[in-house]
Design a protein. Structure first.
Length: 83
């Protein structure tokens, strides 16, 4: 499984959690003690983001990371890899 895809999936899941909780990126950044730009980078799946930023966002969303077997990428996800 391509790590670009895995990071993108994690960013999408965190974005969905934020939106479902009714939080803006600014509000989440404040809760996590990060900048809005760092939240954007996490949600975009930027590869240079450190694990601590993910941990802070997960904590701010009252979530934790669970390791599960990867599933095959969708056609949409594959298309996003080539953008």
């Amino acid at each position: 499984m391509d790590y670009f895809l895995l990071i993108a999936r994690l960013g999408n899941q965190l974005r969905e959690k934020r939106v479902n909780r009714g939080l803006t990126q600014v509000q989440l950044a404040e809760l996590a003690g990060l900048t809005r730009h760092k939240v954007i980078a996490v949600e975009k799946g930027t590869l240079s983001v450190g694990m601590i930023a993910y941990a802070r966002i997960l904590g701010a969303l009252d979530c934790e990371l669970t390791v599960v077997p990867a599933v095959m990428p969708t056609l949409e996800e594959l298309g996003d890899l080539f953008e």
